[in-house]
Design a protein around this ligand. Sequence first.
Ligand SMILES: [Mg+2]
Length: 306
Amino acid sequence: MIEENLAEYDRSIVETMHGVLPDVFVGAGAFGPRYAHVGMSITRYLLASDLDGTLIPLERDAQRLREVAELVEAMKASEGLALAYVTGRHLSLAQAGIEEIGLPSPDWFVCDVGTSVYRRTNGVYEPDPGYRQAMTAALGGLAGDDVRAAIGTVEGLELQEEEKQAEFKVSYYTRGRPEAFLESVQSRLAAAHARANLVASHDPVSGRGLLDVLPEGIAKDYAVRYLHDASGVDEEHLVYAGDSGNDRAAMLTGYRVIVVGNADEALKKDLGIESVARGIAERIYFAEQPYARGVLEGLRHFGLLP
Ligand SMILES: [Mg+2]
C-alpha cells in the first residue's frame, strides 16, 4: 500500500515537472526573460561555410535544390548551431544567392574574400565594428577609398563596377595580364604607407585580368578565427566547409573541416599531405557526396547532427 502510494507520488512529480517546464522555458511568468534569453542564446556549434561550389551548387537542377532543402531541414533539428557564410561575394550578391536556392539567413556573413564581417542584429546585417577596426589596422590605418586615391590613374587599370568594391577591398580590371601591373601599384601603395596584399587572377569567362587590393594578411582564415572568438564556441565545435583553393588557409587553421566531394582534386591531395604534416589529419573530413549533401555528411561525421 505504501509502495503504491509512493509510486503514485513519484509519477505526480514527474507529470508536474513535465507540465511546468515547457512554460518556464518559453518565457512565461516572472522568470520569462531570463529563461527565454538562455533558451535563445546558447551557441554550441558553428558551421562556417563557403557558398559557391559548396552550399551553392554549380548546377541548378531540381535534384541539387532538393539536396539543399534536405540539409536545411536537418539543420533545423540541431539546437545551438550558429551559421556563417564565408564568401568572395559582396553582401547583396551573397544574400541573393542564398535566397535563390533556399538557404537560411545566417548569423554572420563574411564577404569580400574575408575583408567584411556582417553580424545579424534585429534581422538586419550590420558591419561588425570590431572587424572594421581590425581591417583598418591591417591596411596600415587606411580604408578602401584611401587605397583608390593612392593608386590613382594607371594606364590599363580600370576600377571594377561599384558593387564589386568593398570598404576594405579595391578591385580592378587590367588590360592584359594583371601581373604586369603589380610593381607600379605596389610602389604607389608603399608611398601612401598602405599595407596591402595584391591578388592577381584571370576571369576565364570574360578573359579579363583581375587585380584585388586587400588588407595585408587578410583572407577567409583570418575571418574564421575572428568568428571563433566572436561566437565563443569551442575550437572542436567550429566546422568549416569548402571546395577550392581560396578555402585552403581556413581549412588548415585547425578547426574541423568538411571538404565537399566535388572539391578540386588538387586541393584534396594537397590537404591530405599538409594535414598529416601539421598533425591535424583527423580534423579534416573528405566527404563522398558533393555540395550540400557533402556538408550534411560531414556535419553528421563530426556529431553536429544526428
Ligand atoms: Mg567555393
